[in-house]
Design a protein around this ligand. Structure first.
Ligand SMILES: *Cc1c(COP(=O)(O)O)cnc(C)c1O
Length: 410
């Protein structure tokens, strides 16, 4: 979204016109930004056989999935339902990485039937997998590298107390199981969580991969997961993907020579691909001043965007109805009956009732974490593509709230 001639635009569409046409609250995604991010990553790793497996959980709208498929991405899924969505969007089974955690083993069995790439993250399931499939179906192994990445324990997944992955210290046990059942290990995987700013974390992962890889002779790929931090506010430190590309490419190519053949290098970005593409547009319902605070109430809340309350995430907010107005300090709050702060103590151009606010970085883990809490309806989703705003999900209606409820005689 950019400010031109006094109005905010997404491509050549005025953001206010989108709010007018589709109503609020509405999630709006910019296809150009999504493709720009995808290409940034591909370009940074142009000198290796890189495969991008978009993490479907970040934003799972079919049109977004199709856009990514069309532009050469694969998919990373964490539930069998996400797998079916990815298949419906046109991804080939072989392009889909299935990385469940604590899901029932029957989901893995179904994923094998579908022909997906299977990533196993615990020893009991590796044994079950081996006993059932032996050498007839390959799999990948998710390792826990014991690295605390990103600094936020809620979104870090590779530290020693994390439930994810098989500890690298259990390599001997992994190898025992692999040998016992002659399992073909085609990939090694680490995903250390979100909001990683340091190239170093990936280089540490590389060291771990490269030290264990020689124990596996059937490898086709090494999957570095994701976690690339993007900018949420001005001055934020973000992952320098170009720098990572240079450093990791160099090491990876040396490693491949030692390993004896070229492997694919995989990433599974979610946030990096879609976060900045998305805005949640909401209407100001109320301005309420107390002796200490001026609250701006909006017609959305933690039911639509959970991240501020769940992760203390900062989402920048703009008053797109009054881009040049005098700035004041406001606390923007949602309409949920629960403390529901979207942004505290924010400088915004003067806000009046009815103004449309744009909440930034809403592309990743926005709609996909939305709920019907307070029996509120989930918003519409709009994709701006080729300078046109297109509805890609209808706003829910009251019937949707009743769907599946069984009314019994009382
Ligand atoms: C959530 C997740 C991702 C995506 O993480 P981002 O921080 O959104 O890039 C990738 N891989 C796995 C296994 C995940 O669970």
């Amino acid at each position: 979204m950019e400010l031109r001639e006094g109005s905010y635009f997404i491509q050549n569409v005025k953001a206010l016109d989108i709010a007018e046409q589709f109503g609020t609250p509405v999630y709006v995604y910019d296809a150009n930004k999504i493709l720009h991010q995808l290409n940034t990553l591909k370009t940074a790793f142009a000198d290796v056989d890189v495969k991008i497996k978009y993490a479907v959980k970040a934003l799972s709208n079919l049109s977004i999935l199709r856009l990514l498929k069309k532009n050469g991405s694969g998919a990373d899924v964490v539930s069998i339902q996400e797998a079916h969505l990815a298949l419906k969007a046109g991804f080939l089974p072989s392009e889909i990485m299935f990385s469940p955690n604590c899901a029932d083993f029957s989901e893995i069995e179904e994923a094998v039937k579908l022909g997906l790439v299977i990533n196993i993250d615990n020893l009991p399931f590796l044994k079950k997998f081996g006993a059932k499939y032996g050498s007839s179906y390959p799999c990948s192994i998710r390792l826990n590298p014991h690295i605390m990445a990103g600094g936020n324990i809620k979104i870090s997944t590779g530290h020693s107390d994390s439930k994810f992955g098989i500890s690298v210290h259990q390599l001997a046990q992994i190898l025992d199981v692999v040998k016992q059942y002659t399992i073909k290990i085609e990939g090694l995987h680490i995903h250390t969580g979100s909001d990683i700013t340091e190239t170093d974390v990936f280089l540490k992962m590389a060291d771990i991969f490269f030290s264990v890889a020689h124990s596996f002779s059937d490898l086709k790929f090494i999957d570095f997961g994701s976690g690339f931090k993007v900018s949420y506010k001005e001055g934020d430190k973000v992952m320098d993907v170009a720098d990572l590309g240079v450093k990791l490419t160099e090491r990876f190519n040396i490693f491949c020579k030692q390993y004896g053949r070229n492997l694919e290098l995989w990433f599974e970005p979610g946030k990096f691909i879609v976060s900045e593409s998305g805005h949640l547009l909401a209407k100001t319902t109320l301005i309420k001043s107390t002796p200490s605070t001026t609250f701006v109430g909006v017609n959305t809340g933690l039911n639509h965007l959970l991240r501020p309350m769940m992760y203390d995430a900062y989402h920048h907010i703009l008053n797109i109805s009054n881009p040049t107005g005098e700035q004041h300090v406001y606390t923007v709050v949602g309409y949920i009956c629960e403390t529901d702060t979207i942004g505290a103590g924010r400088k915004l151009n003067e806000v009046s009732e009815g103004d449309i606010l744009a909440i930034k970085n809403a592309g990743a883990y926005g709609f996909s974490m939305a709920s019907n809490y307070n029996s509120r309806l989930r918003p519409a989703e709009v994709l701006v593509i080729n300078d046109e705003a297109k509805l890609i999900r209808e706003r829910e209606n009251f019937e949707d709230l009743l769907k599946g409820q069984v009314e019994i005689d009382l």
